[in-house]
Design a protein around this ligand. Sequence first.
Ligand code: PHE
Length: 472
Amino acid sequence: RSDFSLRGRAAAKVVILGAGVAGLATAYELGKAGYDCTVLEARDRIGGRSLTIRGGDRLPEMSGETQQAAYGDGVYFNAGPARIAQWMVTLDYCRELGVPIELFVNDNPGAYTYNSGMTAPVRTRTARADAFGYVSELLAKATNEGALDKSLTEGDRERLLDFLSGFGDIGEAYTYQGSTRRGYQTDPGIASGTRLGPVPSVSEVLGYGLGRTVAFPFDYEQAMPMFQPVGGMDAIAHALADAVGRDRITTSTQVTKITNKPDGVEVVHSGGSTTADYCVAALPPHVLARIPGNLDAQVVSALRTPVPLAAGKIGLEYRRRWWETDERIYGGITETDLDITHIWYPSYGFHGTRGLVVGYYNTGPEADSYARLKHAERQRRAVEQGMLIHGEKYRSELLTSVSVAWRMQPHIEGAWVGWPSYEVGFRLLQEPAGRVYFTGDWLTHLVAWQAGAFDSARRVVTKLHERVLKEG
Ligand code: PHE
């Protein structure tokens, strides 16, 4: 994967619509093979959803409200993508482009779990110890009572019991009686630690409803170690833009018409019109579908098939890093069933003075309900929910915040898309419509990951290049 390159040089002219990761990667790869690329971007900055907000940035929303970020020096908010798994092609681009990376803490047992079944938030390590402990005890009981005799040989039963003893920390008695895995009230040192208060009952622990939550870090996309570019996710888009050549990219330029012609493509836009041999459309399908031109009705209907989805985030800047000093949380995520869904603690700037906490990262109806609010209301509501976990300091130490509602971002209008089925439309759009090609994470099985955008861009440049070499 990392040694991807187009073989043989070519000189065709290509106009690329959209300076998000897919569009920039297309221009970058084609540029390396000798193509003459121009990138048109509707927004006033490159990167698309790979958006990092810093002090001084403006964030207009389709609601008409514009936020002005007042973050301190060195503080940034990854409003879009924020984590990269070690298997993703995104890391190959970081290496190739010299974008430094650091660990992103995606799983921290010291963060909290807060589900409505709980009277107070518990450390995730405690919730996991209790959940695994009781499940192990129950399974051991069933095994010993003969309930699994039909499924397991005698030897298997022995081995299962042995597994459960270690997995749930339930000893040879096969009963869960708490475990040091739950953590301590006072940490061990010269003195032995003091255990946490009473172990909840099995029924209480089942009432937490933790199946999905405790399993999140097992997901292929979400497993540690994960990474982030040092200084903000937009470092990747900026390194791509530098490599492409800033003079080849025009921002604040809206495309108004795309016309396939027998020997080229004409793109009319707010800055005039551009003619090229080929066009690569790297914008969201629902936005592209509205641009007039002569794309087939079938193609337009395919572009309307993926459904734009909602997601939102708020970046809360605090005057002190109370999560580190007061609560011993260094990065990672608190999982809740509140409408904020998650609280992310920063994986950069440890032991610094200020720091940025993501106060909500939600999707679907929760994201839509925050999207309907003005920023000040979003902040108020997020802080109120976060106080259930962190108490008064969650309000009193707050300096400033910025929130993003992806459905309301101009020229983007969604966090990512969902395909009702990966059938007809998805397949049709993998092929060019005349001289117009399509690319984006939305054309992959890695929707909502920059890796999807890179993968799709590689496929498109490969196909386009093959055609150019053949047609001469
Ligand atoms: N890539 C995004 C994230 O990690 C969205 C996503 C979430 C995609 C979960 C797949 C699974 O938050």
